[in-house]
Design a protein around this ligand. Sequence first.
Ligand SMILES: [Zn+2]
Length: 177
Amino acid sequence: MYIKLCTPSEITQWARYIWNRLSVPKHRFSLWLALLDRHKTKYRLHQYGISTDNLCAICGSAPETSAHLFFECSYSLDCLAAVTDWLGLSCTRKNFLQILNWTRRYCKSAFKRKIIFAAVAGLVYAIWRPRNTLVWEGAVPAVATVIQTLKYSVKQRAIQLCQDRINELDKSWLFAL
Ligand SMILES: [Zn+2]
């Protein structure tokens, strides 16, 4: 019982992902909703009798759950592949919490870890937003457009907040992104 009480809970682990100052605040909020499984997905709305079906608004081939959107859906998988390629991540996990945990364990640079946490938070936001655009406006933006916006916002925030406080190695990595 003592060990159980002393072991940091999963929520404590999440805190470092959410309260990462390099994350854009609206991205942070979206990640928090995803970690708590609180996005108003069609699966949830269908359970409440609000939506007529529970299928993914983007691909229509599976129930729209949080797990499907982040990142089992073909659209989100393409977005994830673009981001892992951009950051040079060797992580092959396909679930956002697994990616965050993998980064915490294996990424040696504290600065890079924060950038990856910020990028994953941005990715959750970047997928939820086009999903909403599709539901309300009937069109989903191209993956390239979504990722370009994500890269810009993550990089600009990091440059604004950190460029004078990081070592040369991290700085050259950031500017090369
Ligand atoms: Zn889908």
